[in-house]
Design a protein around this ligand. Structure first.
Ligand SMILES: CC(=O)[C@@H](O)[C@H](O)COP(=O)(O)O
Ligand SMILES: NCC(=O)COP(=O)(O)O
Length: 238
């Protein structure tokens, strides 16, 4: 089964645009679970432009499915994750002021750093995932660094899918095979949506988890959150 982890960053973006607590991020997380989400993903950025430190602590006790925290492993981020102890941490190579994630790690160049950070999380019993592109060497070095899983950065797939789905998916399928052969788990995310998700799932049914935020929360404006989550779940089952 491929799990759907709903990224609720955009809910916090909307809340922060006015101050106050509308929409209520904790309630939305509870409702996502009630409507069938298999997990909740957040990406607390250093400027707290959406998810705040307080959100991270508020969310921890109410999540009954799987909690995934994404972010660049600064000392602050590492300490936050170690104190909150989510089920999974996903390491992303973003700079503090980056608009959104736009690349995977160079796991060869940052091998020593990643190994050290992954070791800290592994010792704390937190499952680790490393955000990477489809390059073979990057996958091999993620395994060498000790990652439990990798998350394939799917923006290139999403960009190319409308013109040529097979060509768009090909490097992801190859990468997914290699990840499997190396014994790592496999996640995917960024710009997945109701159009492109099912094709990826059908071609890589051993995907452990997808994390989806921007498109899913946007779809919910039209369909409502419950129906939207059902539609995304359908893409992961047919
Ligand atoms: C790691 C990743 O793929 C991102 O999609 C991310 O979590 C989204 O971050 P923003 O919501 O800040 O764009
Ligand atoms: N890891 C990807 C994620 O959490 C959500 O990405 P997006 O759907 O907001 O592009």
């Amino acid at each position: 089964m491929t799990k759907l982890s709903v990224n609720i960053n955009k809910v916090a973006t909307l809340r922060n645009s006015r101050g106050g607590n509308v929409p209520n991020v904790v309630q939305v997380a509870k409702d996502c679970e009630r409507f069938g989400a298999d997990g909740i993903t957040i990406h607390p950025r250093p400027d707290e432009r959406h998810i705040t430190r307080k959100d991270v602590f508020d969310l921890r006790p109410i999540i009954t499915t799987e909690f995934n925290i994404e972010g660049y492993p600064s000392r602050d981020f590492i300490d936050l994750v170690l104190s909150v102890k989510p089920h999974q941490v996903t390491l992303v190579p973003d700079s503090p002021d980056q608009l959104t994630s736009n690349a995977g790690w160079n796991t060869k160049e940052h091998q020593a750093f990643l190994r050290e950070v992954l070791d800290e999380f592994n010792t704390a019993g937190i499952r680790t995932s490393v955000f990477i592109e489809t390059d073979k060497e990057m996958i091999e070095y993620a395994a060498k660094a000790g990652a439990d899983r990798v998350e394939l950065y799917t923006e290139p797939y999403a960009l190319n899918y409308p013109t040529d789905p097979a060509t768009a998916a090909a490097p992801f399928i190859e990468a997914a095979k290699l990840v499997k052969s190396l014994g790592m788990g496999l996640n995917a995310g960024h710009d997945l949506n109701l159009e492109n998700l099912n094709y990826l799932y059908n071609n890589i049914p051993w995907l452990d988890e997808v994390s989806i935020g921007h498109a899913l929360i946007s779809d919910a404006l039209y369909l409502g959150l419950e129906k939207t989550i059902q539609e995304y779940k359908k893409c992961l089952s047919e």
